[in-house]
Design a binder for this molecule. Structure first.
Ligand code: CA
Length: 378
């Protein structure tokens, strides 16, 4: 996919303005569900429970984070053990209270929220307030949250939950990976105890904040590198699919029409976002980066996964945070500089997949899952 921001503004971080991506998201009549309408309806409403997956949700709310959090909290297939905000779309001073607000709106004040990293590991913080509004929720003012963060910080809380439940906890990260990398740096022995990482981030087909990099990996490339080197099983849901799963005006109206606090809040946030990212042509749409990532846990068939060896560029002057995906050997590194003594081999690495990358998505199925869950009465 070509770099979508080449002729437009950085606001396209969330909005693909036109063309093939929009067409891909339009309702299709050809994708018949593999089960009956009744079963599908029951599934959309979360009525087919199995043992819930236990997740920690690491997030930088963030307008699409807000929908992702709501979807996770309204899905019986998931048990949210904790929410760990991090700086990203906006600074931690907003993402932390936003996470608390969103839990309060969803009526889930019992879920612990622990403050994460305020800045990336080694770089200055870059935010995306131009998309998410200065407050991270599209500029929509919600009341100050009554619930408070727990005393532990995100690193300590994640370590404790994982160590108390080895092999049980999936860490779902839909923001920059600073918190998770910090856990792995502070406690390297914890990696085999983490069931998996499910990440919204990266792209194998061009970025959105630079031509090379997706925003979350761009903000903290060194953190992403640590995560991809960790040996923990990774699922990467990146721009290759999320840029094709687009919320349209008609779907915002569905959210606005439902009279429950979650749907009302989601509708307000998405309405404000659409007004913010008004395109100059065609229909305004909002890419469902983070909600699609959550949906892939609930119904793996909303995405198609393929094995890759993914590595993160950290040294490039123009390409930091780029995710480079190899699907076969050889895994070649860049040629070394000519030093006059060129007796060594050109560097290569073993091809060993470290990641499942989402290479295709099913927007229709995603929205059939998302909208009923957000609009149904609490
Ligand atoms: Ca996010």
């Amino acid at each position: 996919m070509p770099f979508p921001q080449a002729k437009t503004s950085r606001r396209d971080f969330l909005a693909a303005s036109a063309g093939a991506a929009v067409t891909a998201a339009l309702p299709s009549t050809s994708s018949a569900p593999p089960f009956s309408a009744a079963a599908e309806s029951a599934f959309a409403l979360g009525a087919l429970p199995s043992k819930p997956q236990r997740i920690i949700l690491d997030t930088d709310p963030g307008v699409d984070d807000a929908l992702a959090i709501f979807l996770a909290l309204r899905s019986p297939e998931l048990h949210v053990e904790a929410v760990t905000p991090v700086s990203g779309n906006v600074p931690l001073s907003f993402t932390l209270p936003n996470a608390l607000r969103l839990l309060e709106i969803a009526g889930r004040p019992e879920i612990p929220v622990a403050a994460g990293a305020a800045v990336p590991l080694v770089r200055r913080l870059v935010t995306a307030a131009y998309v998410h509004g200065n407050n991270g929720l599209g500029g929509v003012e919600f009341p100050e949250p009554k619930i408070k963060p727990v005393a532990e910080n995100a690193t300590d809380l994640m370590r404790r939950i994982v160590r108390e439940n080895p092999g049980e906890i999936t860490i779902v990260a839909v923001g920059p990976l600073t918190n998770i990398a910090t856990v792995l740096k502070v406690d390297p022995a914890i990696a085999p105890m983490i069931k998996s990482f499910v990440l919204m981030g990266g792209a194998l087909s061009g970025g959105n904040i630079t031509p090379a990099a997706e925003f979350n990996f761009y903000v903290d490339p060194e953190a992403a590198r640590i995560v991809f080197d960790s040996g923990v099983p990774i699922t990467m849901v990146g721009l290759d699919v999320t840029n094709k799963v687009l919320l349209h005006e008609s779907q915002v109206r569905v959210l606005e029409a439902a009279q429950n606090p979650v749907s009302q809040a989601a509708g307000k946030i998405m309405r404000a976002t659409m007004n913010r990212i008004k395109p100059t042509n065609d229909e305004t749409v909002v890419a469902m980066h983070d909600p699609l990532t959550i949906a892939s846990l609930i119904d793996p068939s909303v995405v198609t996964l393929k094995d890759y060896y993914v590595q993160i560029e950290t040294t490039g002057e123009m390409t930091a945070g780029m995710s480079v995906g190899y699907y076969r050997s050889p895994v070649r590194r860049s040629p070394p500089m000519d030093t006059g003594d060129n007796s060594g081999p050109i560097p290569t690495e073993e091809f060993k997949p470290n990641c499942k990358v989402a290479v295709a998505g099913d927007p229709d199925k995603f929205f059939r899952l998302l909208l009923p869950r957000l609009t149904q009465p609490a």
